[in-house]
Design a protein around this ligand. Structure first.
Ligand SMILES: Nc1ncnc2c1ncn2[C@@H]1O[C@H](COP(=O)(O)OP(=O)(O)O)[C@@H](O)[C@H]1O
Ligand SMILES: [Mg+2]
Length: 255
C-alpha cells in the first residue's frame, strides 16, 4: 500500500520479537514502555538504521533496505535521544545539515522557517555545543523539520526519541502542539518515543506499549492508560484521573 510505514514480524535478537505495526499518514503515534523495553531499538529498525534479523519494514510498499540513502532521507527524518557534535558549529549550520539530501539552494529560507516553528530564533548565532540539553533538542527538531521541508512545509515521516526529555513545560507544550498541528494538516506523520504518558495522552492519536521487546497493548489513550494495564507493565502504583479540559486520562503516581 502506498504512503504507509509497515513493520511485519520484526525481530531483532535479543531485544525485539515479532513486532507488527503500521504507521498511517497524518497520525501522531507514541511509543511508550518501561526502560529497556526496546523502544529506541524499534525506532532504529523503523527508520532503517538497524536491519531486522527477521521480518521487514516497508515504506510505501518498498523494503527500507531497497531505498537509496538519499531518497530515504527525503522521506523520513529522525531526532535522536541525544546528539553530541564533535564540531563547534553555529545553530544555523547544524539546522542546515538537514538540507544535505536536497539539491535546491533554499537552505537559508528553510532554516529561518524551521527556526521559527521550533522556537529556535532566540538561539540564532549561538554555538551548538554551548547550548543546554533542552536547547539542543529544539535545534535537533529544527534540523529534522528542515530535512523534510518541501515547498513550504514539512512532509513525510518524522521519528523522535524522547524529544521532550530535556524540555521545560512551555517547550513540551510547544513541541507537541506543533507536531499535532502538522500531523492534523496531513503532510507529516509522527512516531515518537514518549516517557511522559500524560503528554502522550493529550496529543497522541495512538499509543503503543512495548514491554520486554513485544507490543503488549496498543490503542487510544483511553484504551491504554488504565490503572491495571499500567501497573501491570510498569510495576508502578498509580491512579488515573481525567484531565479537566477534555477528560483525557492522566496518570498520577501514588505517593
Ligand atoms: N545490540 C544489542 N544487543 C543486545 N542487547 C541490546 C542491544 N541493543 C540494545 N540492547 C538492550 O536491549 C534493551 C532495549 O534497549 P532500548 O531499545 O534502548 O530500550 P528503551 O529505548 O525502551 O529504553 C536494553 O536492555 C538494551 O541494553
Ligand atoms: Mg530509549
Amino acid at each position: 500500500m502506498v504512503n504507509l510505514l509497515q513493520a511485519n514480524s520484526l525481530c531483532y535478537s535479543p531485544v525485539l520479537r515479532n513486532i507488527n505495526l503500521s504507521l498511517k499518514p497524518g497520525e501522531l503515534v507514541a511509543l511508550i514502555g518501561p526502560n529497556g523495553a526496546g523502544k529506541s531499538t524499534l525506532l532504529r529498525l523503523l527508520t532503517g538504521y538497524l536491519t531486522p534479523d527477521n521480518g521487514c519494514c516497508q515504506l510505501n510498499g518498498k523494503s527500507l533496505a531497497e531505498w537509496s540513502a538519499v531518497d530515504l532521507s527525503k522521506q523520513r527524518a529522525v531526532m535522536r535521544q541525544q546528539t553530541q557534535l564533535g564540531f563547534d558549529w553555529p545553530v544555523e549550520e547544524v539546522i542546515a545539515m538537514g538540507r544535505s539530501p536536497w539539491e535546491q539552494q533554499d537552505g537559508d529560507s528553510v532554516v529561518r522557517h524551521v527556526m521559527a516553528l521550533s522556537g529556535c530564533l532566540p538561539l540564532a548565532g549561538r554555538r551548538y555545543n554551548t547550548l543546554s540539553g533542552g536547547e539542543q533538542q529544539r535545534v535537533q527538531l529544527a534540523r529534522a523539520l528542515a530535512q523534510l521541508w518541501v515547498s513550504d512545509e514539512p512532509q513525510g515521516w518524522l521519528f523522535l526519541d524522547e524529544p521532550t526529555s530535556a524540555l521545560d513545560l512551555y517547550h513540551q507544550q510547544h513541541l507537541l502542539r506543533l507536531l499535532k498541528q502538522l500531523t492534523t494538516a496531513g503532510k507529516l506523520h509522527v512516531c515518537a518515543v514518549l516517557h511522559d504518558l500524560n503528554l502522550a495522552a493529550l496529543w497522541a492519536d495512538r499509543l503503543v506499549l512495548l514491554h520486554q521487546g513485544e507490543i503488549v497493548v496498543h490503542g487510544t489513550a483511553s484504551e491504554v492508560l488504565q490503572a491495571e494495564i499500567l501497573s501491570r507493565w510498569y510495576g508502578a502504583e498509580l491512579h488515573i484521573a481525567q484531565h479537566p479540559d477534555n477528560q483525557t486520562p492522566q496518570v498520577f503516581l501514588a505517593p
